[in-house]
Design a protein around this ligand. Structure first.
Ligand code: C2O
Length: 506
């Protein structure tokens, strides 16, 4: 089937925490923006009209492989020029993967202004069909009272030499607070959780109930029971929750922002957001107790439902050393291997398509794109050595990777020689977003079987602005034979995107 939507993207007023009216980015005059639902195998067609007036935009469908349609992936200056104000663009692709995803602006750092929402791909062949009665989708996020176009210049200025990230004003669930979720006793729910936030990871738990993890970032897992889950920005978990036998009370559902990420903790910050499982409307909504008794699920203990084995030894290893430092302008930047990412003038995909044989030379993509060119079907290992003391949720477009090692020791460095004794998990979990601990490291593996130009980046939006991105150019000569750009791509480029400066009127 074809699922189609017309999305008029424009400014609206939003006040999800009840504290402050702000201008936010909505779709068709609405905020929260609509959820996209489809089935495995569906064709999705989204006609975007940019009515922002003062900002360019684009949409990315986070976690989808975009196999054969990398030009629909969305990141500005990577796979397209951004859609200028007044411009239109159609995203058209087929989905072959089940699970819990989301979509968001991938132009500059625009999505925290509101242009982010869930995308659910239902699966008639899910191994968990029949194991639950109803489905609930729940987003977690952080919320700022100010617009990104105001916050970014302050963040990236010599007035902020330590790179302290702006702390959000509130946490939200389903873009609100104090949400009441009606439930029935003796019922099993599939709860799909998506962190669509800009910065804060969140601890999530439901008082009086355990959860059984069954899906992570679009990959079914063997059932894994836990009291609490940690979701970094961009991560997703589906859990089964079975309700109580009777309706004698209601229960708090809590999202708690990971304050370890914050350099300062404002006095007035309420870093928790509470909702309730409401069994009986006439009964109290209890205040949640303190969290301390729970430990979040260890995601290294998860394993994929299909038991897919550890990929063989890599053909190619890419080491990325993460560092933060000031540049000559006094502002704080983020670096992979001493190089801070800057957007190329020409989208990297267009370079891959037009450079002929040269497309296999990483230099043609520009020094500041941190480009790595991969050959078709290579086994690729990414080693991230985090020399920063902060946590980073790294995301790879176009793939799931196997998470084969993670450590918060070694001062960041994964020195292979010292780890020969390490047994990697025989059936490692696959996902698309992984947290690397401060001064820790992580080792990922994937097979380069999806020709395309795929970003790899920290999903904390502040670190996008400060340059923590790399580009994987996968099988460019293959791409040259298969991808044909629709004319609308070039129209966007001719119009020339607007720099990220203007604030919405009002
Ligand atoms: Cu959620 Cu570059 O993506």
């Amino acid at each position: 089937a074809t699922v189609s939507h017309d999305f008029n993207i424009g400014w609206v007023t939003a006040n999800p925490d009840g504290a402050f009216d702000r201008t936010a980015i909505g779709i068709n005059g609405q905020w929260p923006i609509p959820r996209i639902d489809a089935n495995v195998g569906d064709n999705i067609v989204i006609n975007v009209h940019n009515q922002l007036g003062n900002q360019s935009t684009s949409l990315h469908f986070h976690g989808l492989f975009m196999n054969g349609t990398v030009h629909m992936d969305g990141p500005s200056q990577v796979t397209q020029c951004p859609i200028p104000p007044g411009g239109s663009f159609t995203y058209n692709f087929t989905i072959e993967q089940p699970g819990t995803y989301w979509y968001h602006s991938h132009t500059q750092s625009q999505y925290p202004d509101g242009l982010r929402g869930p995308l659910i791909i239902h699966d008639p062949n899910s191994p968990y069909n029949g194991k639950y009665d109803e489905e609930i989708v729940m987003t977690l996020s952080d919320w700022y009272h100010d617009q990104m176009a105001h916050l970014i210049p302050q963040f990236m200025s010599k007035g902020n030499p330590t790179g302290a990230e702006p702390v959000p004003q509130a946490a939200l669930m389903n873009d609100t607070q104090n949400l009441q979720i009606s439930v029935k006793p003796k019922t099993t729910y599939l709860l799909r959780l998506v962190n669509i936030g800009a910065f804060a990871g969140q601890y999530f738990w439901i008082e009086g109930h355990t959860m059984k993890v069954v899906e992570v970032d679009g990959v079914y897992t063997k059932p894994y029971e836990t009291d609490m889950i940690y979701l970094s920005a961009a991560q997703r978990y589906s859990v089964l929750v079975t309700t109580k036998d009777d309706a004698h009370s209601n229960f708090a559902v809590v999202g708690s922002m990971d304050t370890d990420l914050f350099d300062v903790l404002p006095d007035d910050l309420d870093w928790n957001v509470t909702s309730w499982l409401v069994y009986d409307k006439s009964k109290d909504l209890p205040k949640p107790a303190l969290v301390s008794e729970f430990e979040p699920a260890d995601d290294m203990k998860l394993s994929p439902y299909d038991s897919m084995e550890l990929l063989p030894e890599p053909d190619r290893t890419v080491e990325l050393e993460v560092k933060m430092d000031n540049l000559g302008d006094g502002a704080n930047y983020a670096f992979f291997n001493n190089n801070t990412y800057r957007e190329p003038k020409v989208p990297s995909l267009y370079t891959a398509l037009t450079a002929g044989e040269l497309a296999t030379n990483p230099k043609v993509y520009g020094e500041y794109t941190n480009s790595f060119v991969l050959e078709k079907d290579q086994i690729v290992q990414i080693v991230i050595n985090n020399h920063d003391d902060g946590r980073h949720p790294f995301h790879l477009h176009g793939h799931h990777f196997q998470v084969i090692h993670r450590s918060d020791e070694d001062g960041g460095d994964f020195a292979e020689a010292n780890h020969m004794h390490l047994a990697f998990p025989p059936t490692p979990m696959r996902r698309d977003t992984i947290v690397v601990e401060g001064n820790g490291n992580v080792v990922l593996r994937f097979k380069a079987n999806n020709p395309g130009v795929w970003l790899f980046h920290c999903h904390i939006e502040w670190h996008i602005v400060s340059g923590l991105l790399a580009t994987f150019v996968e099988a460019p000569l293959e791409l040259q034979k298969t991808i044909e750009l629709p004319a609308s791509h070039l129209d966007n480029c001719k119009a020339g995107g607007l720099p990220f400066a203007g604030n919405a009127a009002g």
